[in-house]
Design a protein around this ligand. Structure first.
Ligand code: GLC
Length: 556
């Protein structure tokens, strides 16, 4: 095997998402923490990822799992200390792992000193200018406009003024405990510059920009045209006054300029759920380096839609030179083992989370094939903790343990995201499976059935999902074909098959149909997501070494 040409690390990095609350608990309180993550760093190095993205560990009342922050430059005692984070950075770097931290700049916690000061100061006070305080309509009793919250209901909440009377309203794109800051305010801009510098100075290799499209609002805060009961649907909105407004990009450029002043290839990745054709704007050369690809995540397990997303992603990013990313799961989405365990939708890609019964064996088979697909595509990839164990969504959490604000805000109709956030199963035969100290209840209960899915078991089983990820990640580092930035589709593959080449000498074949596909003449099997012979069974993917000749690459 040849050597892989040098590129900035982030152009093809595999980044492992650590959802800190649910990763590993060292303190024994049932909540994951920085100490737990430090203890597991060798596991991540052995798995073979390049970097970690660690979700917020900042002081927080935890109204939204830590995405409601009271101090962006400190660590919540439940998660550890700043010294723990410094040690985490050092230890990760010593193992060759980069660390990306979360930057939540659209909103603070309602307990943030700024917001408390704003409430105390009353209408018209300069303290209110850091947020969006407005008078209500209809004599003050109706919200100032029709904007909706991502967690359901109106995006406005009315406050009680210092004199005790109902008063102004404030804007919150997410939960009421997460007031949006006003990026038109110079103090806000300056404070976040300092936050970015604070983490880069400490040695973070990058920042993941939370809810990037929310950060700018159209001047005057005009109505969006949302009818009564409208749902938040930012992938479909055009010209929204509160999402993907062009002024967002000035903020991203500001941070990029700061990051570029640091040595060592620091990286910004944006979370931007926008219309597909608007995504590339977030990764223009002076903005974010990469952005999550949610279109890939929501595509159904069907060859046509997947190929379309892959082509659209690559074609959209090529002119600006940004690398694609491939994402299958996150702490905000139903785990893909479960998504793929349901009948796959035809026209509406948003539907697989419905109530259809699950076939988890099928879901896992597809998830394993999807892993080989996503890790064979040009660009970077994200692995959400637990997907290397093939964990399914926990769909039967008792209602009384649900904590996602979506559950409350939807009037107990949308269960929300807790089912993908159940703490990891590390070892042993019974909960808490090594996640926390024996006898301690994790913050969400783990299914007893996870006894067969623990990391401990899977690491010694060559056929496990863990071993598949480890082998794929190792090959990905070694194979020169996987370092190339282009792919070429095989024209003769058939409608239910994804078959593409990466030069030199690599082919990936994924069978999404119902019939086996012949492998003769396609190459030598390097890795397969399930048993293969001279045919590739349905819902299976394979990596092949081809003869090494440079295939002619057709542009997608
Ligand atoms: C992002 C986070 C999500 C959080 C939201 C509000 O979407 O990934 O978990 O609830 O932002 O901060």
């Amino acid at each position: 095997m040849g050597s892989v040409p040098a590129q900035p690390w982030w152009r093809r990095a595999v980044v492992y998402e650590v959802y800190l609350r649910s990763f590993s608990d060292a303190s024994g309180d049932g909540l994951g923490d920085v100490g737990g993550l430090r203890a597991r760093l060798p596991y991540l190095a052995e798995l073979g990822v390049d970097a970690l993205w660690v979700t917020p560990c900042y002081p927080s009342p935890m109204a939204d799992g830590g995405y409601d922050i009271t101090d962006h430059t400190d660590v919540d005692p439940r998660f550890g200390t700043l010294a723990d984070v410094d040690a985490l950075l050092d230890e990760a770097h010593a193992l060759g792992l980069r660390v990306v931290v979360d930057l939540v700049a659209n909103h603070t916690s309602e307990q943030h000193p700024w917001f408390r000061a704003a409430l105390a100061a009353g209408p018209g006070a300069p303290e209110r200018a850091r947020y969006f305080f407005r008078d209500g309509r209809a004599g003050g009793d109706e919200p100032p406009n029709d904007w909706v919250s991502a967690f359901g209901g109106p995006a406005w909440t009315r406050v009680r003024e210092p004199d005790g009377r109902p008063g102004q309203w404030y804007l919150h794109t997410f939960a009421p405990e997460q007031p949006d800051v006003d990026w038109g305010d110079a103090a806000v801009q300056q404070a976040y510059d300092d936050v970015v510098r604070f983490w880069l100075d400490r040695g973070a290799d990058g920042l993941r920009v939370d809810a990037a499209p929310a950060m700018a609002k159209k001047p005057g805060l005009p109505d969006a045209g949302h009818g009564p009961g409208a749902r938040f649907d930012s992938r479909r909105w055009t010209d929204s006054p509160h999402w993907d407004v062009d002024d967002v990009h000035a903020i991203l450029r500001r941070w990029r300029a700061i990051g570029d002043g640091y040595p060592g290839d620091r990286v910004f990745v944006s979370e931007a759920v926008v219309r597909p054709e608007r995504l590339s704007r977030y990764v223009r050369p002076d903005e974010m380096h990469t952005t999550f690809n949610f279109d890939f995540l929501i595509a159904p397990w069907r060859a046509g839609p997947l190929r379309e997303v892959i082509d659209r992603t690559i074609a959209g990013l090529r002119p600006i030179g940004a690398p694609p990313t491939w994402v299958l799961s996150s702490h905000d989405e139903t785990r893909h083992v479960t998504r793929y365990a349901r009948p796959q939708p035809g026209a509406d890609p948003a539907a697989p989370d419905g109530d259809a019964p699950v076939d988890l064996e099928l879901g896992l088979r597809r998830a394993r094939a999807a892993a080989l697909l996503s890790l064979a595509l040009p660009g970077g990839a994200y692995v959400y903790q637990g997907e290397e164990l093939g964990l399914p969504e926990v769909e039967d959490l008792p209602e009384e343990v649900l904590q996602d604000p979506t559950w409350l805000r939807s009037g107990h109709t949308v269960r929300g995201r807790d089912g993908c956030r159940v703490p990891l199963a590390w070892s042993g035969d019974t909960p808490p499976f090594g996640f926390t100290a024996p006898g301690v209840q994790p913050w969400l209960p783990q299914p007893a059935a996870w006894a067969v899915l623990t990391a401990e078991r899977q690491r010694t089983d060559p056929d496990s999902t863990w071993s598949l990820y480890r082998d794929a990640l190792a090959l990905r580092r070694q194979l020169p074909g996987l370092a190339a930035e282009e792919l070429g589709w095989d024209a003769d593959a058939g409608a239910d098959v994804l078959s593409f080449r990466r030069a030199p000498g690599f082919r990936c074949l994924v069978n999404l149909g119902e019939q086996p596909v012949g492998l003769a003449g396609r190459g030598r099997v390097l890795l397969a997501s399930g048993p293969v012979s001279d045919v590739l069974p349905p819902d299976t993917a394979v990596w092949l070494a081809t003869d090494g000749r440079r295939p002619d690459l057709r542009s997608p």
